[in-house]
Write a protein of this length. Structure first.
Ligand code: IPE
Ligand code: IPE
Ligand code: MG
Length: 259
């Protein structure tokens, strides 16, 4: 398995347009409640924001967009809401995959699919297969995903694959088993809905991601809101442990001629 550069192993470059944006799409329920509508109306409306975000990211040259659709803890919600979310997911897959494919978008689903209905799992596999060579944007949907689940499943796979190395695993031994292994670490994390927490999303991968929180509710999140988030990202100084002076080139770097 190929390993991508890790922000803790090397100092990565900091692209102007984030290469990878990861989003916690939060606030659907409150959006509906504000309108005296049932929570599920907010989820339905949230799909429109997903379409907008995919289009806007593709237009702006973002290469990876990862959306948190259902967390490993969302099973704790009322049965009816969970059921609705599953049906919506299935419906959206059925309805949108051809369009994604036409737009040269690769679709990936990450998460523990073992608890999903067989038909849904099959739809997921077909969609991934159909779009696997598309190059415009990789859209990853995290469904029944948890950052802790991901780290543990990777660890278990690694131990099974390389029992002889147990006790001496390195980051580069481990990282290829994570479910986001083929994507660079996110440059920008966006959470809508006002909460300032990570809610068990990409725990490993967010090590040096720039975090952006907005009170805007997910169904209201549009291309202009994405641009605001990207503009905030562009103001950040990505030091990766170094000093500001080092970034500005004031201090000679160790190993440089005359330094
Ligand atoms: C996010 O919106 C969507 C999912 C978690 C599936 P919420 O449903 O969490 O909306 P709020 O946070 O209750 O407003
Ligand atoms: C996080 O939102 C999960 C998704 C958006 C899928 P939640 O609404 O479930 O997060 P908490 O419970 O407020 O932390
Ligand atoms: Mg929420």
């Amino acid at each position: 398995m190929a390993t991508l550069p890790s922000s803790t192993q090397i100092v990565p470059d900091a692209p102007q347009i984030p290469r990878h944006i990861a989003v916690i799409m939060d606030g659907n329920g409150r959006w509906a409640k504000n309108r005296f509508m049932p929570r599920i109306a907010g989820h339905k409306r949230g799909v429109e924001s997903v379409r907008n975000a995919v289009r806007a990211c593709a237009e702006r040259g973002v290469q990876y967009l990862t959306l948190f659709a259902f967390s490993s803890e969302n099973w704790r919600r009322p049965k009816d809401e969970v059921k609705f979310l599953m049906q919506l997911f299935m419906h959206v897959l059925e309805a949108e995959v051809s369009k994604l494919h036409r737009n040269n978008i690769r679709l990936k689903i990450v998460g523990d699919l073992s608890q999903f209905d067989e038909r849904l799992v099959q739809l997921v596999r077909e969609a991934e297969e159909k779009t696997k060579n598309n190059q415009q944007l990789t859209l990853t949907v995290a469904a029944n995903y948890g950052g802790r689940w991901d780290i543990l499943q990777a660890l278990n796979h690694l131990v099974r694959a390389h029992p002889e190395k147990a006790g001496n695993y390195s980051e580069s031994d481990f990282a290829p088993y994570l479910s986001m292994q083929d994507a660079p670490e996110p440059d920008l994390f966006i959470r809508t809905g006002g909460e300032k927490r990570v809610s068990n999303f990409l725990l490993w991968q967010l090590a040096y991601t720039e975090l952006y929180f907005t009170d805007m509710l997910w169904p209201d999140f549009d291309a202009a809101a994405l641009d605001t988030a990207i503009a905030s990202y562009q103001q950040r100084e990505r030091r990766y442990g170094r000093t500001s002076e080092q970034l500005q080139g004031d201090v000679p770097q160790r190993g440089m001629a005359g330094g």
